[in-house]
Design a protein around this ligand. Structure first.
Ligand SMILES: [Zn+2]
Length: 476
């Protein structure tokens, strides 16, 4: 297929047309959450924009396979292997085991994602599932001379690479300026930015999760998991690796170092990084004010999809400033947009020419480095355009496959509510019985029967539609 999708590639520091390793297919990887706490809406900004990237690629015709890890071991509170173990900290705080904490916050993460209409990646793999893969990669790195053992731990030797600092576009000296004086230095490291591949000498005597390894009982470092989990599911060549900008150094820099040393060739071609969500004081942090979660927004009466729209109105490569004032403004914008789509009638024929033209405009916005605010402008232009409702409705439905703002499901719910209120009870009972029969047929994988029921209803002037919230129906 024709490649026309452009993104900014952190590796080359320019906007580039994506040329996948395999024609028409995209192998994509996302760094998943460390499941020791609820996700902050700032982290979720990254997941929203990565979701839009994935859906945009699908929209223009790519067959995307996306993999995400769940960090349930090995991530210390500083990304540079210092500080407390995040999972252990969570377990202590909540008087639970590490695995209980991991389960609870993994579920909470996906519940938040569902509320934000973020699709679950095709493969989700917890780090604790892949200990053998980690051990295998570390063994090879030691054999090839890229790693060394010191003080009971295994470290990656960054001095073995000429271009270790290229990705972060910072020099070793600049990076060292950022290292805090109060962080205890690990004297086992030969070079300041060497990182742990395997810990056996944990400074946490009560480290909960440990495994046997050729280097003693211990646990993996954080960076190794993404290299191994991506290769396990996507092979030796990857097209797009995603994350937040704070992952560029050290996490992604270290992923590249160990993956390419292990493979002996280039690993991932395009790196996609989403910028921070800030508040007025600068970077958002847990210590300042509210710890902003999806649940907190809901408690305050906000629809999570309003937050999604807020993120889409801005470009992923720009810092985004959060405040309740701007969110309140976004509520009005979202409601107005939803009202407009809600009022679209399902009448007439789709005008093919208008349909194709708008679809192309929308695709162009997405292909232009995921320009979501431009894509939303195309949606507004469509709603103002001189064409019939059926055409507009079909396009809104298509656009929402990427935007995922729930615009038409809101419309359908409303329509079916109104229709149901007006319909006589007998009809409602009949339709509901048929919907139940169809659900049963689908459950039994009798899709022919399910389709027959749908058609039978259609003949009686009842259209049914599957939405995330369930089956809705309306008279047509
Ligand atoms: Zn990662």
């Amino acid at each position: 297929m024709e490649n026309k999708f452009k993104i900014y590639n952190t590796l080359t520091k320019q906007v580039e047309t994506i040329k996948p390793n395999e024609d028409g297919k995209i192998a994509m990887y996302t760094c998943g959450p460390t499941v020791y706490h609820f996700a902050h809406i700032g982290n979720l900004r990254s997941y929203i924009m990565e979701d839009v990237l994935e859906k945009s690629l699908r929209f223009v015709g790519y067959d995307v396979k996306r993999v995400m890890n769940i960090t349930d071991v090995g991530h210390l509170s500083s990304d540079a292997d210092t500080g407390e173990d995040k999972m252990l900290k969570g377990a202590k705080r909540e008087h639970k085991t590490v695995m209980e904490v991991a389960k609870f916050y993994t579920d909470a993460f996906f519940a938040d994602c569902a509320k934000l209409n973020i699709k679950t990646p095709d493969v989700v793999e917890p780090a604790t599932n892949c200990i053998d893969e980690f051990i295998n990669m570390i063994t090879v790195l030691l054999e090839k001379g890229y790693a060394y053992q010191a003080g009971g731990n295994v470290y990656f030797d960054t001095s073995k690479l000429n271009d270790y600092y290229v990705f972060s576009s910072q020099s070793e000296k600049e990076l060292l300026v950022g290292v805090r004086d109060d962080v205890e230095e690990d004297t086992n490291k030969r070079n300041k930015n060497d990182f742990v591949l395997w810990f056996t000498k944990s400074k946490f005597e009560d480290q909960a999760l440990k495994w046997d390894s050729p280097w003693g009982v211990g646990y993996p470092g954080w960076h190794i998991e993404c290299s191994c989990i991506s290769m396990k599911h996507l092979g030796e060549y990857m097209d797009i690796h995603c994350g937040g900008v704070d992952n560029i150094f050290p996490h992604h820099t270290n992923e590249i170092a160990q993956s390419e040393s292990y493979l002996g060739h280039k690993w991932c071609n395009y790196w996609f990084h989403v910028h921070h969500l800030n508040d007025k004081s600068g970077k958002m942090s847990k210590s300042k004010g509210d710890f902003l979660t999806v649940s907190l927004l809901e408690e305050k009466g906000y629809n999570p999809l309003v937050y999604r729209m807020f993120c889409l109105q801005s470009h992923y490569r720009k810092p985004l400033e959060f405040s309740y004032e701007v969110l309140d403004q976004m509520v009005k914008t979202y409601d107005k947009l939803a009202r407009k789509t809600r009022s679209l009638k399902n009448d007439g024929e789709v005008d093919k020419q208008v349909y194709d033209a708008f679809r192309l405009k929308f695709e162009d916005a997405l292909c232009n480095d995921v320009n979501t605010s431009m894509a939303i402008t195309v949606l507004y232009d469509l709603l103002k355009a001189d064409t019939n409702d059926a055409t507009k409705r079909k396009l809104v439905e298509d656009f929402d496959q990427v935007l995922s703002l729930g615009l038409l499901s809101a419309a359908d719910e409303k329509a079916s509510e109104q229709e149901t209120n007006g319909a006589d009870n007998e009809l409602t009972a009949y339709v509901e019985e048929m919907i139940a029969k169809r659900a049963q047929a689908k459950k039994e994988k009798d899709f022919a029967k399910a389709d027959a029921i749908r058609n039978e209803l259609l003949e009686k002037g009842i259209a049914i539609k599957d939405t995330r919230e369930g089956v809705v129906w309306e008279r047509v």
